[in-house]
Design a protein around this ligand. Structure first.
Ligand code: ADP
Length: 455
């Protein structure tokens, strides 16, 4: 749970909330405390002035300080603060607490908050003046408790604490709900991935969310689609290979059983047939190896600068005997100046050989096979045309698929595995080029492919 996304979100939000509320509380309570202090000072100032006024009033009404002790007692009873009045020499005129007797010297205590507030009391006519000192005790000024700023400040602090706690509670509940909502699609994605991993390749994520989660789900679905496709191809390939291997193997088995049962003599003809089936098998295995390498993108191509003329002449020469034996003419045509190409000689020869072999195989006696090449900007196009049997239009889109043969029974007689064109296409594509077939039934076919010009 500690590592789950929703829990981490919850903790992060909780921290943010705590820090925010804590900071607000700190600032607000500090500024309230500052304000209260200022207010208290102001009240004290006002109190001093009021006290001075009342004492001066008494002096004016009496013409002397007589009876001022009672006035000081009254003021002190109202304000809660001790009052000491002395003359300039420090002799006590009045002490509201009556601790220091009148006429005695007063030594101000450090706790006396307002030591030595001199004030001058003028007589009525303004001529005679007497200067006295007013001391006030350090007790807090009495006031209406409910309305005092201190009480208000405390109430405000309480409000802040409770309000903060309430806000934090609401925020935590919201965070809990939101974080659960945010993390649940990821949980669903993980569950789908697990089901996919355990073999159900049809599993896909529902695209209900928006934003990053949707992008993630789309990426997952795309990956799942690719994997499912690859897995289907793999299964088909295994099935196709098993199917292709079965025929030559059962032929070999049949011959061997017949020989074993004494039904057939192991003469030269039977051994030749057995050898042909074995050759077919071994060719199939070689081609499958090439195909699997090409499909996995693991073909190691050795690029070299080659002359197209050389390539064509060599492929033509290797097929000449077969063409002659079938009574098919083989011609090579190409323009004089063709740029050199950048190819893997062996692989492109393999492509040419395959196309020429097919052309000769599917062209009857008296027919013609022609190889041509032409420049197309950064590419050279090489084509193999024949005047043979051609390919039915509906088969043309399929002939580059593995194991596809137009006429299965006849193809088998020619030893074709149905892999030749598939491999040729992969090899040409590995060079960056592409291969196309055009054909007209009964008239002939033309296969052409492109290879890159050397820079
Ligand atoms: P195979 O090894 O059987 O020849 P390919 O992949 O080379 O397999 O060719 C696939 C099929 O395409 C062949 O079985 C054949 O029917 C058809 N084909 C290929 N080349 C030609 C051609 N030049 N003329 C007519 N049919 C062709």
């Amino acid at each position: 749970m500690i590592y789950s996304l929703w829990f981490r979100l919850l903790i992060s939000f909780a921290l943010v909330i705590a820090v925010t509320i804590g900071t607000i509380y700190l600032f607000v309570s500090r500024s309230i405390a500052g304000e209260i202090e200022r207010y208290e000072e102001l009240r004290e100032q006002i109190h001093i002035i009021e006290t001075q006024d009342r004492l001066a009033d008494h002096y004016h009404s009496q013409g002397s300080w007589e009876g001022v002790q009672a006035v000081a007692g009254n003021i002190s009873a109202e304000s809660g603060k001790r009052i000491i009045l002395t003359n300039l020499a420090g002799t006590v005129i009045a002490d509201s607490k009556k601790e220091v007797p009148v006429g005695q010297q007063y030594r101000p205590e450090p706790a006396d908050k307002i030591a030595g507030n001199y004030f001058v009391v003028f007589s009525e006519d303004g001529e005679e003046a007497i200067t006295v000192t007013l001391y006030l005790g350090s007790e807090p000024l009495a006031g209406d408790d409910a309305a005092s700023p201190r009480t208000l400040g405390e109430a405000m602090s309480r409000f802040l604490i409770w309000g903060g706690l309430l806000a934090a509670g609401i925020a935590l509940v919201l965070t809990f709900v939101l974080s659960r909502r945010m993390s649940s699609p990821i949980g669903a994605l993980a569950a789908t991935a697990r089901r996919f991993g355990s073999g159900d390749l049809s599993q896909r994520v529902q695209l209900e969310e928006r934003g990053e989660v949707r992008v993630l789900a789309q990426a997952f679905n795309a990956m799942a689609g690719d994997l499912e496709h690859a897995e289907r191809l793999r299964r088909n390939l295994v099935a196709d290979v098993a199917h292709e291997l079965r025929t030559p193997l059962s032929n070999i088995q049949g011959y061997l059983e017949a020989i074993h049962d004494g039904v057939m003599e192991p003469d030269a003809a039977v051994i030749r047939s057995l050898n042909e089936e074995a050759t077919l098998l071994s060719r199939l295995v070689d081609e499958l190896q090439d195909l699997s390498l090409a499909e996995a993108g693991e073909l190691k191509l050795v690029y070299q600068k080659e002359d197209v003329g050389d390539l064509i002449r060599q492929a033509g020469a290797s097929l000449q005997p077969q063409a002659t034996a079938k009574g098919v003419s083989l011609s090579l045509e190409m323009p004089e100046a063709l740029p050199a190409v950048e190819v893997d000689w062996q692989r492109i020869s393999q492509v040419m050989h395959n196309l020429l072999e097919n052309a000769v195989a599917h062209t009857g006696k008296g027919g013609a096979v022609a190889v041509a090449a032409s420049g197309l900007g950064d590419w050279v196009e090489i084509s193999v045309s024949d005047t043979g049997e051609g390919i039915p239009a509906q088969d043309i889109p399929n002939i580059f698929e593995r194991f596809y043969r137009v006429d299965r029974s006849r193809a088998r007689a020619t030893g074709g595995s149905g892999l030749g064109l598939t491999i040729a296409k992969r090899l040409v594509e590995a060079h960056g080029g592409h291969i196309v077939a055009r054909s007209e039934l009964g008239k002939g076919s033309r296969f052409s492919f492109t290879v890159p010009v050397s820079r």
